[in-house]
Design a binder for this molecule. Structure first.
Ligand code: GDP
Length: 451
């Protein structure tokens, strides 16, 4: 997601780098390029208009005289404004003062609600909550069964008094409002502190869907109504979001399918069109493909300044705390990053599930997108085999690796000496990148610009 937009914005900034001062026409040219990039990414027209208007105004105004060079100033302004259209501050879930907290999910059919219900339940369970899932989508064939499957995977019970329908041929009979109300009662009786209600969606917005969702809202008085929107739906996103805002109203947004390669305009439009914050992002079909949404981190990801914070936060989940702290320290300082660390890092990254996604978060990866797309997980095995064939001393001081040592390692790991050399070269450049990240305070995209 955002690959093309990211590339285009980055190349716009590149054009500015050689300039010592920006004239009004430089700024206008830049703003024009930004406008085109956003429109091509399917960002809603009014959002683009407001965004570029503010960037232009700020770039022309007196604030552009600080310590940053012109290119950095423009990057900073665009970054600030991106954070703004993505909703500004991150916002966490609201919990009820008296449990259970009721969370209702709404959105079109296929938006990713049921999948999200499982992800959210798992996320909350990991935070010490005791959620209950409620199967109130009695409309989509097999939605109830699907919720039971994700509930089981998430280790969270599902309240499903009605089986729903098993095929398009069946006529829905159950009453989703009753099921939802019953779910809240069940949660109270069994001391669940959070209730997540999965509701039905239609393929398109329609009156009956809205009325039903509004009835569920009325009956259960949710603390949060989360509108789940498929980030890949393009310009339609705006109308869908507005229809749900008018018909049901919602307190927050969840972007799903942010892992897709669509242009992502929906993601960039929905918060500012609806005035509701984005709380979570769904980034794949697995229950672990889920993260709290941070506008600032998303903005820096789009601007390809890397997302060191997300990286560290995700790494913490897989590393134990001490290991995480020392790895974070090494990433930040760039000191003492050894082959051993390189291996641990690769293994931990793999543990996190999606290697590709993690690479996408590292700074400076914009130009390496092709390489990332072609990333081969088997490569991790090869690297592991090579490093495992080294002695501890070789792992900490790869400089001692002469021809005969390399030949021994190659034999031990079943690769060619050339592959050993390749790994060493890659390790050196990773080490260099770590140092660079450390020096520029974790934002090499900006640090790399001439000052
Ligand atoms: P619902 O009708 O709103 O309940 O939608 P589902 O949860 O059934 O999701 C519809 C389809 O989208 C399913 O095939 C899901 O596996 C898939 N899906 C859901 N969330 C994501 C996501 O974040 N990324 C990707 N790639 N697919 C997703």
């Amino acid at each position: 997601m955002f690959g093309t937009l990211s590339d285009r914005l980055t190349s716009t900034f590149k054009n500015l780098r050689s300039k010592g001062r920006l004239t009004e026409s430089d700024i206008d040219g830049t703003v024009r390029q930004i406008r085109r990039a956003l429109l091509d990414a399917d960002v809603a027209v009014p959002v683009v208009r407001e965004f570029t208007g503010r960037v232009r105004e700020r770039a022309l105004s007196a604030e552009v005289s600080g310590a940053l060079n012109p290119a950095q100033q423009v990057v900073k302004i665009v970054n600030d404004e991106l954070v703004g259209i993505l909703g500004g501050e991150s916002r966490a879930l609201n919990f009820a003062k008296t449990p259970p907290t009721v969370i209702m999910l709404a959105g079109l059919q296929g938006a990713g609600k049921t999948t999200l219900a499982g992800k959210l339940a798992k996320h909350l369970r990991e935070q010490g909550h005791t959620p209950l899932l409620v199967a109130a989508d009695l409309q989509r064939p097999n939605a109830v069964t699907q919720l039971q499957v994700v509930g089981e995977r998430a280790g969270v019970p599902v309240y499903a008094p009605h089986p729903g329908i098993a095929s398009e041929a069946e006529v829905p009979t159950g009453d989703p409002v009753e099921v939802s109300r019953g779910g809240v009662t069940e949660a109270r009786a069994k001391l669940h502190d959070v209730v997540i209600i999965d509701t039905a969606g239609r393929l398109g917005v329609d009156q009956e869907l809205m009325r039903q969702a509004a009835d569920i809202r009325e009956a259960t008085q949710p603390d949060e109504v989360l509108f789940v929107i498929d980030a890949m739906i393009g310009q339609d996103a705006v109308n869908t979001a507005k229809a749900f805002l008018d018909g049901v109203d919602f307190t927050g947004v969840v972007l799903s399918k942010l892992d897709g390669d669509a242009r992502g305009g929906a993601a960039l439009s929905v918060a500012s069109i609806t005035g509701r914050p984005i709380l979570f992002a769904s980034t794949g079909e697995q229950l672990t493909d889920f993260e709290p949404f941070h506008p600032d981190r998303m903005a820096s990801r789009i601007l390809d300044m890397g997302d060191v914070l997300s990286l560290i936060e995700q790494a913490e989940k897989a590393f134990d705390a001490d290991q995480a702290a020392s790895m974070a320290q090494k990433i930040v300082s760039g000191d003492g990053f050894t082959l051993e660390d390189f291996l641990v890092q690769m293994q931990q990254l793999r543990k996190l599930g999606s290697m590709k996604k993690m690479l996408g978060m590292l700074p400076g990866m914009g130009q390496m997108r092709d390489a990332i797309d072609n990333f081969d997980e088997r490569e991790v095995d090869r690297v592991e085999a090579i490093i495992r064939s080294m002695t501890p001393q070789e792992r900490t001081s790869p400089k001692i690796l002469n021809g005969s040592r390399k030949a021994r390692i190659a034999r031990g790991s079943g690769v060619t000496p050339a592959e050993v050399n390749q790994l060493l070269t890659r390790f050196e450049s990773a080490q260099k990148m770590m140092k660079q990240m450390g020096r520029s305070g974790g934002l090499p995209g900006m640090g790399g610009m001439p000052g």
